[in-house]
Design a protein around this ligand. Structure first.
Ligand code: BES
Ligand code: ZN
Ligand code: ZN
Length: 489
């Protein structure tokens, strides 16, 4: 999709304008002759500006505008920082349905939403709305659709559009690798994706494999990975564009390319969805790609421990005691609680190797998070109030929703083991998301840290709120959230 900006409407196959609920005007549309105006006014009245409602008015004759599309924003007071994004996704899908080659969207005036936010949402919504995972379909959707945004031109607007395009491409990249089936995406495949991003974007990429993983003390990654012929990888991407002695931000993402549960085998129902257990890692790869394409003046490191969790004669077992990279030992009581083991290794490696300013991890870590918060809000656990506040601010600006859960000594005590330093499960089903976070907390010292449990939000599942720009499959949750944080450091 090529994106252009124009100060005013010219010829187009589809001119799209937003309409607020119960308003009689199309925002920013400008003047037409009397007959055309009366048709438009009647259509505005008929569709009523209801949120998400679209209404196409065909134009006849020699008009340079072939159709007008009215797009409802709902009531002004109910608008969020996501409304224009979501409606723009619908508009783009409509344009594709009409088999057009291009369409135009009039950015709403600033009393509805500030121009930078408007154009960013229009770009993100349109681009993300057109993405569909069709790698394995013989019949592909048409994908060459250009967009003109009608808004008063300025450098700031052009930059915002460029920025939003790169971010949307990053989210699409994350979705497109997260959606890959487990037979087509192993830890090695993810490592290869990381290498490709690094080559294109001036990142340094290191991949640690067996036997080096074991030799260097990555006992968690080695244990979980040993049951699969698809061997584990620890993927590291370094981006250095800040000042030399500035400490980096470290991002860690769980990438279990398939989670069967291992010897503690999961039930069969919906087990296919465990191909999405790599979403945290895919989010980190997407963020690193965007950070480098935006050339942000900071230092960031992405660390992605990747394994396949399989049952077999080589698998780790309940009862095993392993030694993590932190030096602490863990008693395995359930091989399905594998995410915390590979993350613990990656977190302590990240802290020891980079002395980071902050560590943020992303993981489809616990089913308990879905029980606690559902499928539209990610769980958050942190040891640092300032960092928490910054991530909440980013969440408000991007509408990627998160909610904090507590972590005090009582929870830390719940993972004490009789025979090792820790056990990899808590007490029964109690506070499952927090006891998993408590395990991670043990991997680091006092670096400001945020853990995001994205089990409920990383892909569309039962209860997921419909959003035009999140069609069925992976959502790329976290990419927009953390880019906002990194851009506001
Ligand atoms: N990948 C799963 C968590 C998960 C389950 C995410 C369902 C999304 C949907 C994780 O590895 C897991 O299986 N966790 C266990 C932990 C338990 C054994 C302590 C869980 O949540 O049941
Ligand atoms: Zn598991
Ligand atoms: Zn898992």
């Amino acid at each position: 999709m090529r994106i252009r900006i124009e100060n005013s409407k010219k010829s187009t196959s589809l001119l799209c304008g937003f309409v607020l609920e119960n308003s009689t005007t199309v925002l920013g549309l400008g003047k037409f002759d009397a007959k055309t105006s009366s048709i438009i006014n009647q259509s505005v009245k008929d569709m009523g500006g209801k949120l998400g409602k679209l209404s196409v008015i065909p134009f006849s004759g020699k008009n340079s505008i072939q159709r007008i599309l009215l797009a409802g924003l709902g009531e002004k007071r109910n608008m969020t920082k996501d409304t224009i994004r979501a409606v723009s996704g619908k508009i783009a899908q409509k344009a594709r349905e009409l088999k057009l080659k291009e369409f135009s969207i009039i950015a709403p005036p600033s009393f509805v939403e500030d121009a930078i936010s408007s154009v960013s949402q229009i770009v993100e919504g349109s681009k993300m709305g057109l993405y569909k995972f069709d790698n394995f379909k013989s019949e592909k959707l048409e994908n060459s659709l250009d967009l003109t945004i009608i808004v008063s031109k300025s450098n700031k607007i052009s930059m915002a559009i460029k920025n939003a395009e790169i971010i949307a491409n990053g989210v699409i990249f994350t979705k497109s690798i997260a959606n890959l089936p487990p037979n087509e995406c192993t830890p090695t495949t993810l490592a290869n994706f990381a290498k490709i991003i690094s080559r294109n974007n001036k990142l340094k990429c290191k991949v640690i494999s067996e036997p080096e993983l074991k030799k260097r003390g990555f006992g968690g990654i080695s244990a979980v990975g040993q049951g699969s012929k698809n061997k584990p990888k620890l993927i590291i991407l370094e981006y250095n564009n800040g000042s030399k002695n500035e400490k980096p931000i470290v991002l860690v993402g769980k990438a279990v390319t398939f989670d069967t549960g291992g010897i503690s085998l999961k039930p069969g129902e919906k087990m296919d969805e465990m191909k999405f257990d790599k979403c945290g890692g895919c989010t980190v790869l997407g963020i690193m790609k965007v950070v480098s394409e935006l050339k942000l003046p900071i230092n960031v490191v992405g660390i992605v421990p990747s394994v396949e969790n399989m049952p077999g004669s080589e698998s780790y077992r309940p009862g095993d005691i392993i030694k993590l990279h932190s030096g602490k030992t863990a008693e395995i009581l359930n091989t399905d609680a594998e995410g915390r083991l590979i993350l613990a290794d990656a977190l302590s490696y990240g802290e020891k190797s980079y002395s980071p300013k902050a560590i943020i991890d992303f993981a489809t870590l616990t089913g308990a998070c879905i029980v606690a918060l559902g499928t539209n809000v990610a769980g958050m656990v942190s040891n640092d109030e300032k960092l928490t506040k910054m991530i909440y601010d980013s969440s408000n600006r991007t509408t990627e929703e998160i909610w904090g859960l507590p972590l005090n000594q009582d929870y830390m005590d719940m993972i004490k083991s009789e025979v090792a330093d820790m056990k990899n499960v808590g007490i029964g089903k109690a506070a499952g998301t927090i006891t998993a976070a408590a395990f991670l907390r043990n991997a680091i010292q006092n670096t400001p840290w945020i853990h995001l449990d994205i089990a409920g939000v990383a892909w569309t599942q039962t209860g997921t709120k419909e959003k035009s720009y999140n069609p069925k499959g992976a959502t790329g949750f976290g990419v927009r959230l953390i880019l906002d944080y990194l851009q506001n450091l």
